[in-house]
Design a protein around this ligand. Structure first.
Ligand code: OSB
Ligand code: MG
Length: 379
C-alpha cells in the first residue's frame, strides 16, 4: 500500500540524566535529543536522532543534525510517495554521511508505516525471533573502583545479564582485575570507544587473563585494518561499534578478521534498512550481533527493542530500563526489566509504547514543522 508523509515535526528536547555518564571521550550530564515525528493523516510515527551533544562519539552532534534534517533529509521524503519504508533510506543516499540524522527520519517512517498497518514494528521489520530481549548495562567511568564495584552489584541484583564497563588508558587493566576478583562468573565486557592504538597491543593483551566476552572498539573510530592486527594478537574477541556504518563495512571487517562480534546501532548505520543488511551479513558469516545504545529516550529505546527481535541478536544488548537514565521517560509505559534481566517485547502497533506528547512538548526547546512545498499530485 503506497503511502506518503504529510508533514514532519522536528524538535529538540532537553532531559537531565539521572546520573552523569562518562566514556573515554567525555562526560554527559544532560541530553539534548532531536526527535522526528512523521505524520500521515492523523497517525504519527516517531524516530530519535541518536547523535550526542558533541561530535565526540562520531562527527554528528545535536547542532549538526538540525540543519541536516531541515535542509536536506526531510524535504526529500516529503516530496514523494513510497511503497515501503525500505524506500526511505535510498531517498537520502545522495547525502554523504550524516547517518544519525538520516536514521532519525527513517526510523520515524518505519514506526509510522507499522502504525498505519496496525502492526507491531518488530513485525514490519521482519523480526519476532524472540519475545524477550536479553539485557545488559553499560557502566561509565567512575571516580573509584569501589564505586564501580558497588554499581555493578546494584545492576546484577536488578537482574541484568551482562556488565559492560567503559575503559580508557589509566582506567583499564587494574579496574578489570578488581571487577573480576569481585565477580568471578559474570558475563563481563569492556568498551574503549577508540581510546587505544596499535602501540597498546601488549597492554591490551593483559585483558586476556580476565575471560571477557569482548573488547568493544579499542582502536580508531574509522579504522578496520588495525583492528584485524589487534585481533590476531589477542584472545579477547574484538567487537566493532563506531567503525561499522554499513553492510559493506561489516563484510570487510569480517573478511579481514577484524572482529568476532558486531554491535549494531540504528543511528550509526542510518536506520532499519541498513541495520537489517548488517544483521544479515553477520548472520551469514556466523558473527553474533547485539544492539548498542546511545543514552536514548524511550523512543530510541523502543526502536532498539524492535531491532533486537531479529534472529542474530543473540547477545545481551545495551537495552536497559528507562529509570536507569530518566526520572520520567517520554513514553508510556516506561521500559522495564524483568527479574531475569530481559525486556518483554510489546505487542501494540508501531513502537508498542505511547509517546507522552504533553511531556515531550514541555521538554521542547526548539521545534520546526515541515510540509511539502507543493501539495503532492495524486498519481
Ligand atoms: O559506545 O556504546 C557506546 C553511550 C553513548 C555513546 C556511545 C556508547 C554509549 C554506551 C551507552 O555505551 C549504552 C546505553 O545507552 O545504555
Ligand atoms: Mg560502544
Amino acid at each position: 500500500m503506497a503511502f506518503q508523509v504529510d508533514r514532519v515535526i522536528v524538535r529538540q528536547i532537553r532531559m537531565p540524566l539521572v546520573h552523569p555518564f562518562e566514556t573515554s571521550f567525555g562526560r554527559t550530564q544532560q541530553r539534548d535529543i532531536v526527535l522526528v515525528e512523521a505524520v500521515a493523516g492523523d497517525i504519527s510515527g516517531y524516530g530519535e536522532v541518536t547523535a550526542g551533544e558533541n561530535p565526540f562519539y562520531n562527527e554528528e552532534w545535536t547542532g549538526s543534525v538540525w540543519p541536516l534534517l531541515i535542509d536536506y533529509v526531510v524535504p526529500r521524503i516529503l516530496d514523494h510517495k513510497f511503497e515501503s519504508p525500505l524506500d526511505i533510506a535510498p531517498r537520502t543516499k545522495y547525502i554523504r554521511g550524516h547517518l544519525m540524522a538520516r536514521g532519525g527520519v527513517e526510523t520515524a517512517v518505519w514506526d509510522l508505516y507499522a502504525r498505519l498497518h496496525n502492526e507491531p514494528l518488530w513485525t514490519t521489520i521482519g523480526g519476532g525471533a524472540r519475545q524477550e530481549i536479553p539485557c545488559g548495562v553499560s557502566i561509565g567511568i567512575q571516580d573509584s573502583i569501589d564505586v564501580l564495584i558497588e554499581k555493578i552489584a546494584h545492576e546484577l541484583s536488578a537482574g541484568y545479564q551482562r556488565i559492560k564497563i567503559k575503559i580508557k588508558p589509566g582506567w583499564d587493566i587494574d579496574v578489570v582485575r578488581e571487577v573480576r576478583r569481585n565477580f568471578p562468573a559474570i558475563k563481563l565486557m569492556v568498551d574503549a570507544n577508540s581510546a587505544y592504538t596499535l602501540n597498546d597491543v601488549d597492554h591490551l593483551r593483559k585483558l586476556d587473563d580476565f575471560y571477557l566476552m569482548m573488547i568493544e572498539q579499542p582502536l580508531a573510530y574509522d579504522d578496520i585494518l588495525d583492528h584485524a592486527v589487534l585481533q590476531a594478537a589477542i584472545q579477547t574477541p574484538v567487537c566493532l561499534d563506531e567503525c561499522i556504518r554499513s553492510a559493506r563495512h561489516a563484510e570487510q571487517a569480517i573478511r579481514v578478521k577484524a572482529c568476532q562480534i558486531i554491535n549494531i546501532k540504528l543511528g550509526r548505520v542510518g536506520g532499519f534498512a541498513e541495520a537489517k543488511r548488517i544483521h544479515d551479513v553477520c548472520q551469514q558469516n556466523g558473527i553474533p550481533v547485539w544492539c548498542g545504545g546511545m543514552l536514548e529516550s524511550g523512543i530510541g529505546r523502543a526502536h532498539n527493542v524492535a531491532l533486537a527481535t531479529l534472529p542474530d541478536f543473540v547477545l545481551p544488548g545495551d537495552i536497559s530500563a528507562s529509570k536507569r537514565y530518566w526520572e520520567r521517560d517520554i513514553i508510556h509505559p516506561a521500559v522495564e526489566i524483568t527479574r531475569n534481566g530481559a525486556v518483554n517485547v510489546p505487542n501494540g502497533a508501531g513502537l508498542g509504547y505511547d509517546v507522552d506528547v504533553d511531556y515531550v512538548e514541555s521538554l521542547t526547546i526548539r521545534k520546526e514543522r515541515l510540509e511539502p512545498e507543493l501539495p503532492l499530485q495524486s498519481s
